[in-house]
Design a protein around this ligand. Sequence first.
Ligand SMILES: [Zn+2]
Length: 491
Amino acid sequence: MDDNKSEVPLTGITVKKEEDFSEWYTELLNKAELADIRYNVKGFIVYREWATITIRKMFKKTEDLLEKKGHLPLTMPSLIPESNFLLEAQHVEGFAPEVFWVTEAGSSGKLPERLALRPTSETALYKMYALWLRSYKDLPFKRYLSCQVWRYEGKMTRPFFRGREFHWIESHNVFATMEDAMKQVKEDMDSTYQILQDECCIPIIFFQRPEWDKFAGAVHTYAADALMGSGKVLQLPSTHLLGQNFAKPFQVKFVDNDGEEKYAYQTCYGPAQSRNYGAMIAYLGDDKGLVLPFDLAPVQIVIVPIFFKGKEKLVLDKASEVFKQLEEKYVVKIDDRDESVGSKFYYWELRGVPIRIEIGPKDIQKKQFVVVKRHDGQKFIIKETELVKRIDEIAQNYTNEIKKKSLVDFESQIELVYEKDSAIQAINNGKIVACGFCSIDFDGEKCAEVVEKEIGAFVRGKRVDEEKHEFANCLICGKPAGCTVYIARAY
Ligand SMILES: [Zn+2]
């Protein structure tokens, strides 16, 4: 290596992702400086700069998409009076164990009413919707918030995957009919594919969740699961058909075109950006560190000048010339720190910068550069005159190349299973199991408990994009199968 320093390059991640996913993830977060868990409130972490930049880009992409589909932004208070909460019984029952309460303020002491730090905003917004909505002409009414929510999680927290505070978008929509509401649920699923599969390169499957696992207060919940490299699935955005379950207690009504006053139909959708980020870095990352889609990388191209004694100026001048050619289109950085070339390579590979351009005196003499792609390590020697054109090509294909690899990986993780023993084996091998199941209504809950106890996994639900089902019997009770379900370990 052309390098005037003799120090040994810093090592990347010391644990192989395949061998110990959990340890690998922790090292990735620490070494790439993505999160700091030392903040002194349990379950609350600091998102560092590199993570924050990408998460903001993810927010922006989701917000733009929602606005394109007719949603407008709103900003809501983060405190919700307890009386709002008590209006919808199932909702309060579902969320009560996780709510942070504000009970005191200033020197006057106890507040007359407890205030919840919003765990989700239905009960804040729908009070306002009841005041705003009057007529069928106001519908559909589609709004969204970009905000933080707080939930006192009992499960083990893990940076970005699960914490007591997370950062999300929630959209809350009102319609005149159940059909329109269901159309919105489908639109939300499409949006999720657009963001997660197309932009973040995370393959997902949408499931209708079983009755015992739906959002508190919903008619039905549809949730995306991503399979992490560890053989466990992670729940990503979910969209909920609320029907009139909230409209009635919150008095969200409208006068229809027949002159009659009716309760509205509602949906809500909650893409958690911080969790999507966690899923993306966990799924795409490798033993060298982060792999990021081109658009979402905080720095897209890094130029590493390779210095030789006496040639520093020549190399730096060429580096700035290349920088100027690329900076209008891309986020480019010249790494001119006083570090060895090897450790600079590790540094940027760890942080997932998609393209590296190496510039040394010999390259300058030959009028060419070495260019390396992060996600597959492919190396090119590119003529100076063709640099911009070739970089454009590499940049344009970069995200698609990652996506192609991701999608192939995913289907190979699913195994069709006809007996409990083979289900246990498949789950132990880190697979998702597809099998026959009696029912995802409450009738099937007992069988789901058996799945948890004896197979050590969870019934994720009925796949939304799958019409046919090929199993004759329920894997557990042997009764005629009412549907095909997917079973997996989960975070
Ligand atoms: Zn059964």
